[in-house]
Ligand binder design. Structure first.
Ligand code: COA
Length: 702
């Protein structure tokens, strides 16, 4: 998006309030009041057809009457007047509309919303909202909203889809001591959406960390793209993760793709750090806006109490940073700052005797030690120590070392400890009242650094030849009025994209089956091919381990007989004769078209793992080899792939390559393929590859 227009919206140099009111209690009054109280330095133009003075400002009857240019117009007139106002603003050359007014798509008036965007965009004017609280920027002393006031100053910026939540968080920034530079209410996202604002904030000098409260994205792919490009940390809290997409799915994959899973995966791909709840959003935002990323996994914990040390150790494991013993050299040094009965391992327990100097010395040394990638300092309030002095010592050591290693702190105690926490935060050190919160905060810093360490940018490679071959197969099925491919057809498509399917051919007669079986090599598998018989085994339509010619003839007759008995009207294409793949670890690959993110790929262990445990994971296509490898590791059954209980490890390379190829296939055929499964896929030992044994493709409705 043209940054100039977003600048006009979010950092305007002049602002009109259309629907400004002289009546206290009205939103049109509050917005003017907020602009004045925030000490906005740009021009303010209240617009109202009858008033002449609002809070001492000259009022204009319409926006056309305003002398000079207007960057942003805050709209506070009722919905029925908004189109007319948008037209006038467009004519005036206003860059952006901040539409506070409700009464659009959120109440079923999508038509009105579309007209609003069309009207504004006709003039190049962009629309924030409608149905928003407004937008606030501390750097610009701009409170263009009816929120209580500018938030506590800080380095993060928040984009919120809920206006009410933004108001609540705004006030809470003071009590929680988490500062923000900008708060942007995004509402119905009729025009400007998360991606636009993320791109804007990425360039914004006042923003070091981008925080998001998301209810639902409109264009998931654009979101991933903009977040992935961001060098600043992006953290998101996603609300509303029930009943999504999974309804009426024709494939296995479709029925397993819930919002929570797909969003979680998309966030990973986008390099977005996740917050578990509102408190977590605050805590992690605080850490990400104050401290640098943690470049390695070596976390050291310093404490004056065993109990909080154990709690922090548990938290470290929980948040993916399990503690390791400190190396000998570091332990020797730490021993100098503790009594005999202290512990120098990790957590380093300075004991309850630890005073200001011991804290200072050990923090100082720990930050300089080359093994340490990040430090968490814990303190329990004692009668012999002064929390503020301990806080001062920690800060002093950090400033003196000044080597950019991340540091998070937890003080547990009473008022004095709370005051010390507040002081630390004001002085740039994330501090919390519980040890697990400090560990969680540093884990967020580790996640952030990791995101920027793994390249993993996927590449989509269209495959002309494969696409042409697949479209021919698909066209034939469509011509017959089918929306599902047969197994043979689906395998032809998979094969065209380089997926290793079992050799499968169609036999229309018994003799043909014998000939094919000989070519493929015994033993073979034989399966009924009929668009009307999808559950082939239930129909008695499958014979495995067919060993010789006589058995082929016998199987052919039996399958035909069973199929006819199962469904007399079924249109039988013939019998598939296929290579009998040796036993391997069963996995499932699949794809679905997610309503938000489009073509999405799934991976999981097959059989009971997928049927009962739903142990699957998703990625939005395309997928890089790195992301494919992550998928193998993040299912609960991951040890089975790695080779559990004496089994040889499975062929990971073949699996990751297949996932990448599968993702390319469904992206290339996104207009044609709605859902697909490769189930089962049999995976062999390292170096021995895999085989797609069964395949299914459901076509898009045309
Ligand atoms: N140009 C400028 N001002 C105009 C106008 C025009 N063409 N037509 C009317 N106005 C004035 C009105 O005269 C009134 O000023 P007044 O107090 O001097 O009479 C002012 O605009 C507001 O109009 P009014 O009809 O009094 O509406 P309201 O203040 O009761 O409600 C909204 C307007 C926008 C606040 C209301 O429609 C709304 O949408 N509320 C919900 C907002 C919200 O919650 N947003 C989402 C948060 S998550």
């Amino acid at each position: 998006m043209d940054n100039n227009h977003l600048n006009g919206l979010l950092r305007p140099k002049s602002v009109a309030v259309v629907g400004a009111s002289a009546t206290p209690g009205k939103i049109g009054y509050t917005v003017i009041d907020n602009l004045l109280k925030g000490k906005y330095e740009g021009k303010i133009y209240p617009i109202n057809p009858t008033a002449t003075d609002i809070l001492g400002l000259k009022v204009y009857p319409d926006i056309g009457a305003v002398p000079g240019t207007v960057d942003a117009a805050i709209i506070t007139v009722p919905a029925k007047l908004v189109l007319e106002v948008a037209e006038e603003c467009g004519k005036k050359g206003v860059k952006g509309l901040i539409v506070i007014t409700s009464g659009f798509s959120e109440v079923g008036r999508k038509d009105l919303e579309d007209d609003l965007v069309k009207t504004a965009n006709k003039y190049g004017t962009r629309v924030l909202g409608p149905n928003i609280v407004g937008t606030l920027s501390n750097s610009d002393h701009f409170n263009g909203s009816f929120a209580p006031g500018l938030p506590l100053e800080g380095k993060a910026s928040l984009i919120s889809q809920s206006g009410a939540l933004l108001i609540a968080l705004d006030a809470a920034t003071y009590t929680r001591k988490v500062g923000f530079d900008k708060l942007v209410s995004i509402g119905n996202m009729s025009d400007v959406d998360f991606a636009d604002i993320i791109e804007f904030l990425e360039e914004d000098d006042g923003t070091y960390c981008i925080s998001l409260y998301i209810e639902g994205l409109k264009d998931g792919r654009r979101f991933i793209e903009s977040a992935r490009k961001a060098k600043k940390p992006v953290i998101a809290l996603k609300a509303g993760v029930s009943a999504h997409g999974a309804a009426a799915a024709a494939s296995h994959t479709g029925s397993l793709a819930g919002a929570a899973k797909v969003y979680g995966s998309a966030f990973k791909q986008a390099g977005v750090i996740q917050a578990a709840d509102l408190n977590d959003l605050f805590n992690r935002t605080l850490a990400l806006s104050l401290q640098p990323g943690m470049q390695g996994d070596n976390l050291l914990i310093l404490t004056n109490g065993g109990g909080v040390g154990v709690l922090a150790t548990d938290a470290a494991e929980k948040y993916g940073l399990p503690l390791k013993f400190a190396p000998a050299e570091l332990q020797t040094e730490m021993k100098k700052h503790m009594p005999e009965f202290g512990s120098s391992k990790n957590p380093v327990d300075l004991t309850g005797m630890a005073g200001t100097e011991w804290y200072y010395d050990s923090v100082h040394y720990a930050l300089t030690d080359k093994w340490v990638d990040g430090l968490v300092v814990l303190y329990c309030e004692t009668a012999m120590t002064n929390p503020m002095e301990i806080a001062g010592a920690i800060k002093r050591a950090d400033v003196e070392v000044g080597n950019g290693k991340p540091l998070c702190v937890s003080f547990v105690g009473g008022e004095k400890s709370d005051a010390a926490i507040a002081w630390l935060v004001e002085n740039g050190i994330p501090a919390f009242n519980a040890p697990d919160l400090a560990v969680n905060a540093i884990a967020a810093l580790r996640e952030y650094a990791k995101i920027h360490q793994d390249g993993g940018t996927p590449r989509f490679i269209p495959n002309e030849k494969a696409r042409k071959a697949s479209l021919e197969v698909i066209a034939k099925a469509r011509a017959e009025g089918r929306n599902a491919l047969t197994e043979i057809e689906a395998k032809q498509v998979f094969n065209a994209y380089g997926l290793p399917v079992t050799v499968t051919s169609l036999a229309k007669s018994e003799d043909e089956a014998v000939k094919l079986a000989k070519e493929i090599g015994y033993p073979v598998v034989m399966k009924i091919v009929s668009p009307e018989i999808l559950h082939k085994s239930d129909a008695g339509g499958v014979k495995v381990n067919v060993k010789d010619e006589a058995a082929v003839r016998d199987a052919f007759q039996t399958i035909m007989k069973n199929a006819k008995a199962y469904n007399a009207d079924a249109n039988i294409h013939g019998i598939a004769v296929q290579e009998m793949a040796p036993w391997g670890t069963e996995v499932i690959l699949g794809s679905t078209s997610d309503p938000t993110f489009g073509p999405t790929i799934m991976f999981g262990l097959g059989g009971i793992f997928v049927e009962v445990l739903k142990d699957v994971t998703f990625r939005v296509t395309p997928v890089s080899e790195e992301h494919a490898a992550e998928m193998l590791d993040e299912i609960r059954g991951a040890p089975i792939i790695r080779g559990a209980r004496g089994e040889a490890p499975r062929d990971r390379k073949a699996l990751t390559r297949t996932i990448v190829a599968y993702a390319n296939m469904i992206l290339d055929l996104r207009d044609e393929v709605a859902e697909s499964d490769a189930n089962p896929v049999l995976v062999y030992e390292e170096g021995k590859g895999l085989k797609v044994v069964d395949a299914r493709i459901i076509l898009t409705k045309k």
